[in-house]
Structures are given as structure tokens and as C-alpha cells.
Write a protein that binds this ligand. Structure first.
Ligand SMILES: [Zn+2]
Length: 253
């Protein structure tokens, strides 16, 4: 049998929006960084084309590629302007702030939940958007009960949480098995998500054995939207967002 070696060179142009002060008016200007990704090989023995071209900012909080981690905070007081409640099973009342996500991810989120359901996995939205005020109360609560070091491994300080972007959410089985516990990753629902979430544009943001890179313990329940192309690229290359964009590891503030 012929042996196939495949080398895909992906060029990703990252658009960085910078602001130029000009008198009293701020004029946005655009500069581009070209990122070259060399990917050798193959997923499951099949040649997969990994290159794609897309451009989004990694610093604009409204961009689907925005990075929020322990090194990079969101702009002070940022709140998305297009929050909606997705049509899926919700853990809380639909009036709760946490049951919202950004409109840009609603259709893909609903399609993913529906596809899981079709295969017998009943998923529930556990926690989506969190305002900076709510994140503060949550984080302060963890610090009070667990201490600072433990709180920082599992909860973001206000201004540093992906939940504040409206692009990330926690998920759990509707019967609450392994609710926000690492054993969720071994449930049929967790296994299904790890395998299929990228098809809908989501990644398991805080992977196993990635704490030195991401700053967080393995969280098989925390999904982050980045779009389908980048999601499959990250799964195929086993890279974190930080690695992919050549950012410094975000293990500490
Ligand atoms: Zn989360």
C-alpha cells in the first residue's frame, strides 16, 4: 500500500485592529500579521487539509478569536451587545444572565445540542455569559472558601474570564452527572463533545495536561467558540489558543 505523507502549510492572516489617536478622534487602523502553520500528517490515517484563510482580531473583545486569559484581560467593563438565550435545555430560568450567549454562536450551539440529542446524549447549558460583576462575586466566593491558589486554578479573576465574552459556556448532562467535575470527560456526553464539538466551531478550551499553558485545570465541560476552521485546526494540531497564536503561556497572572 502506498504510504501517504501529507504536509499542509496553512497561512492564517491575523488581523489586528489597532487604534490610533489623532487629535480627539480615534481612528481605527488595520495591520496584518501573517501566521504560517506547518502541519505534518494526518488524522486517523486520512489526509486532511488543514489550511484555511480567515482573519479575526485576537484583541477585539467582539471577535470570535479574542483571547482572554491570565495574561490578557478584556477591556474594562466589556459586555457584548448581542446576548440571546439559546433554544436548548437550560439549568436556570431563561431570565438568568448566565443562560445567555452571543447571537453569533447561537445556531451552532443549538445544532450541536440537537446532534448530541440525536445520538442519545441530553446536554444542558450550565453557565454561559457572566458579567464582570457576577464573575467578581463568583471568584471572591472561591477565594473565601478555597484560598487564592486553589481559586485561581479553577476560576478566572474578573476581567479575565472567557464567560464574559459570551463565546464560552459550561455544559453538563441534563441529569447533572459529574456536574462541573473532571469525570464529566468520561461520561458518554463528555466523550461525544470531545469528539464532535469542533464540527460546530467549539473547542474544549482547558484540555488535559495543558494547565501550564492555559492556567486552568482540565475542564471537559468548558467550551469556547472559535469557528469551525480554527476549531478543527486546534483539535488536529492539539494546540491551545495560546500556542496557536504564539502567545506566552498563561499559567499565571
Ligand atoms: Zn467555564
Amino acid at each position: 500500500m502506498a504510504k501517504h505523507n501529507f504536509i499542509g502549510i496553512g497561512l492564517v492572516a491575523i488581523t489586528v485592529i489597532a487604534s490610533l489617536s489623532w487629535g480627539h478622534i480615534k481612528h481605527p487602523t488595520i495591520s496584518s500579521i501573517t501566521k504560517t502553520v506547518d502541519v505534518t500528517n494526518v488524522v486517523s490515517g486520512q489526509e486532511v487539509k488543514l489550511s484555511f484563510k480567515e482573519s479575526y482580531s485576537t484583541t477585539d473583545p467582539n471577535s470570535i478569536w479574542v483571547i482572554a486569559n491570565k495574561k490578557l484581560a478584556l477591556p474594562n467593563g466589556f459586555a457584548p451587545s448581542d446576548l440571546v438565550v439559546p433554544n436548548v435545555i437550560l439549568r436556570l430560568e431563561n431570565t438568568s444572565e448566565q443562560m445567555q450567549v452571543r447571537l453569533v454562536i447561537k445556531a451552532d450551539l443549538e445544532a450541536m445540542f440537537a446532534a448530541a440529542k440525536k445520538e442519545g446524549h441530553s446536554l444542558m447549558l450550565s453557565s454561559g455569559y457572566r458579567s464582570v460583576a457576577y464573575q467578581k462575586s463568583l471568584y471572591d466566593g472561591y477565594v473565601a472558601t478555597q484560598g487564592l491558589a486553589s481559586a485561581d486554578r479553577s476560576s478566572a479573576r474578573p476581567g479575565h474570564s472567557e464567560h464574559q465574552t459570551g463565546l464560552a459556556f459550561d455544559v453538563e448532562p441534563s441529569d447533572k452527572r459529574c456536574e462541573l467535575l473532571q469525570c464529566f470527560g468520561d461520561t458518554p456526553e463528555g466523550i461525544w463533545l470531545a469528539k464532535h464539538s469542533s464540527e460546530y466551531g467549539f473547542i474544549i478550551r482547558y484540555g488535559k495536561d495543558q494547565e501550564q499553558l492555559t492556567g486552568y485545570e482540565y475542564e471537559p465541560w468548558h467550551l469556547r467558540y472559535v469557528g469551525k476552521n480554527l476549531a478543527s485546526e486546534l483539535v488536529n494540531t492539539k494546540k491551545t489558543l495560546e500556542q496557536y497564536f504564539d502567545l506566552e503561556p498563561a499559567s499565571k497572572y
